[in-house]
Ligand binder design. Sequence first.
Ligand code: NI
Ligand code: MN
Length: 234
Amino acid sequence: METNVQAFWLGHSAVKLISPEGKIIYIDPFLKDNPSTPDELKEVSEADYVLLTHGHDDHVGDTLEIAKNTGATVVGILELINLLKKDGLAEDQAIGFNKGGTVHFDEFSVTMVSANHSSSYNGQYAGDPAGLVLSFEDDLCIYHMGDTNIFTDLELYGELYEPHVVLAPIGDHFTMGPEEAAYAVEMIDPDLAIPVHYGTWSPISVDPNEFKEVLEEFTETKVLIPEIGENFLG
Ligand code: NI
Ligand code: MN
């Protein structure tokens, strides 16, 4: 898997990607109130895109502030985007779409797939929760599962999108735990799996090595447990 895309885990479900031509993409930028995110990574001065998996606080995070300060385009499921527009997201920075759909940008595209979870935003219905499949020009495919448990469609996503990298929630309590996550990722069969959505608070304090041990025992998928702020594609 050769790529010039850079990818940094920022704690919890938040990820920053930098395309080969320097476009900056945030997924689920929950940073300021995220106890895992170091201070130097909390401030976002530049962003081109913010991609959202669902409406929960620990995913929408600083989206409105980032959009306002950087002019970034915010992309997510229709109902959530409509709620964000009511909270001040500019019309020309908002892209709402739905599952099965793909939105194309200059250097990458993003396809929305299912996640098995719940979703709301400030107590309001925010559409379904989702996973996001990002395809870059150099063929790199990254699948951020969002918050989910295991479900059989994952095997179809593996066949259809053939993601190289999967970001999987493993923290238990709000999502699947390490062992279930290993089985879920086995169904997708990527080259590389990155555990996320753990360690942020006590209910999701699990050992990512449990995920790594189960997955690497039964599959060819390599598991990397990155430091926060480290380029896990480097
Ligand atoms: Ni959630
Ligand atoms: Mn969550």
